[in-house]
Design a protein around this ligand. Structure first.
Ligand SMILES: [Zn+2]
Length: 158
C-alpha cells in the first residue's frame, strides 16, 4: 500500500464476546470462568452464604415493615444537577476549549463517558487515550513551577 492511497474501508466487522471472568458480587474478587457450564457467581461458598444471609435479612425486614412491626427506613431527597456540555461551532469548525474551565468540563465529560458511556467498553481506544492523557500530565508538570510533586500537593480533595 502506498502512503498516498486512501485508508482501507471497513466493509464488515464481526465482534464476538465471551465472559472470561467476572467479579464476586460480595467481595469483588475475580471469579474465573472455564468456558464450560454456567459461570460461577460467587468466588467462594463463604461469599455465597453471606450474600444469602443479607438477602434473607432484607426479606425479614420487608416482612416486618409490611406487618407494621418496624418503622420505614430513612428516606433521602436527592437533588440532581445536570451539566450539559455544548460544542461551540465557529464557521464549521468545532472551537477548541481554551480556558481551564472549558478543559475541566471537557475532561470531566470524558471521565463520565468512560464510566457510563460506550467509550468505557471500547477497549481498543483506551491505550491511545492513556497516551494522550499521560502526555497532558507531563506537560502540566513541566508548566507548573516546582513540577508534578508540588502540583500534587495542591490537588483539591474530592
Ligand atoms: Zn467473594
Amino acid at each position: 500500500m502506498r502512503s498516498d492511497d486512501p485508508p482501507p474501508q471497513v466493509v464488515a466487522r464481526h465482534v464476538r464476546q465471551r465472559v472470561e471472568s467476572r467479579t464476586c458480587p460480595w467481595c469483588g474478587a475475580k471469579v474465573p470462568y472455564t468456558g464450560r457450564g454456567r459461570p460461577a457467581e460467587y468466588c467462594s461458598k463463604a461469599c455465597r452464604n453471606r450474600a444469602w444471609e443479607v438477602r434473607s435479612a432484607e426479606r425479614r425486614l420487608q416482612r416486618d415493615i409490611a406487618a407494621g412491626l418496624r418503622q420505614l427506613p430513612m428516606r433521602e431527597v436527592i437533588r440532581e444537577t445536570v451539566t450539559e456540555i455544548h460544542v461551540v461551532t465557529v464557521q464549521g469548525t468545532p472551537r477548541e476549549p481554551t480556558t481551564a474551565w472549558e478543559w475541566l468540563e471537557q475532561l470531566t465529560e470524558l471521565a463520565e463517558q468512560l464510566r457510563a458511556g460506550d467509550l468505557g467498553r471500547q477497549h481498543w481506544q483506551h491505550s491511545k487515550l492513556y497516551g494522550v492523557l499521560a502526555d497532558v500530565v507531563v506537560a502540566l508538570a513541566d508548566a507548573y513551577p516546582g513540577g508534578l510533586e508540588r502540583l500534587q500537593r495542591k490537588v483539591p480533595r474530592r
